[in-house]
Design a protein around this ligand. Structure first.
Ligand code: IMP
Ligand code: MG
Length: 177
């Protein structure tokens, strides 16, 4: 995308992203045979990933959205997690797969897992496109993981910096970082 070329350097290109998402989709397809699968996409970041992942899963799944925010515009988490958009259906007895863009400190996901468990689903698993293990403050189990990356602030494919760059079709790092 010419518009962003000056400020963003490619870290994971579109072909690598899509190939890995197809592998994850095949694994999920195998693991959830015969189960009532619900993808819970965490807005806004994971929406791009979740729609591609859903198309790579060969099962009759449903898609739900949940909005949480632990960020207030910058590149550092405040540790405070809020629900900004809640699920609109009961999750009782469903097999939930939480779809996240990135697990950084792990605070958002640990909050989410506690919150979802209270709704008595049949199971809850985690699928995250990216993981930055060097920044972990709490340990969260990641059942399906796209890529492990080093401690760099990434943008693109759903990930934002000040709400921009989400529409890049690859994962990149800011040149000014
Ligand atoms: P955590 O609670 O620290 O694990 O942060 C998770 C959330 O922080 C993600 O869902 C992202 O919205 C945001 N985040 C963490 N690292 C990055 C990054 O490198 N780029 C953009 N957003 C990030
Ligand atoms: Mg997010």
């Amino acid at each position: 995308m010419a518009f962003y070329e000056g400020d963003v350097e490619v870290l994971i290109d579109t072909a690598r992203l899509q190939a890995r998402i197809h592998e994850l989709g095949a694994q999920v397809t195998k693991d959830y045979q015969g189960k009532d699968l619900v993808l819970v996409a965490i807005m806004k970041g994971s929406v791009f990933f979740a729609t591609d992942l859903a198309r790579a899963i060969d099962l009759p799944l449903t898609l739900e959205l949940m909005g949480v925010s632990s960020y207030h515009g910058g590149t550092e988490t405040t540790g405070e997690v809020r629900i900004s958009f809640d699920l609109t259906k009961p999750m009782h007895g469903k097999h939930l797969l939480v779809v996240e863009d990135i697990i950084d400190t792990g605070l958002t996901m640990s909050f989410l897992l506690e919150n979802l468990a209270a709704r008595h689903p049949a199971s809850v698993k985690v699928c995250s496109l990216l993981e930055k293990p060097s920044r972990a403050k709490v340990t969260v189990p990641i059942d399906y993981k796209g890529f492990v990356i080093e401690d760099r602030f990434v943008v693109g494919y759903g990930l934002d910096y000040g709400e921009k760059y989400r529409n890049l079709p690859f994962i990149g790092v800011m040149r000014t970082e």
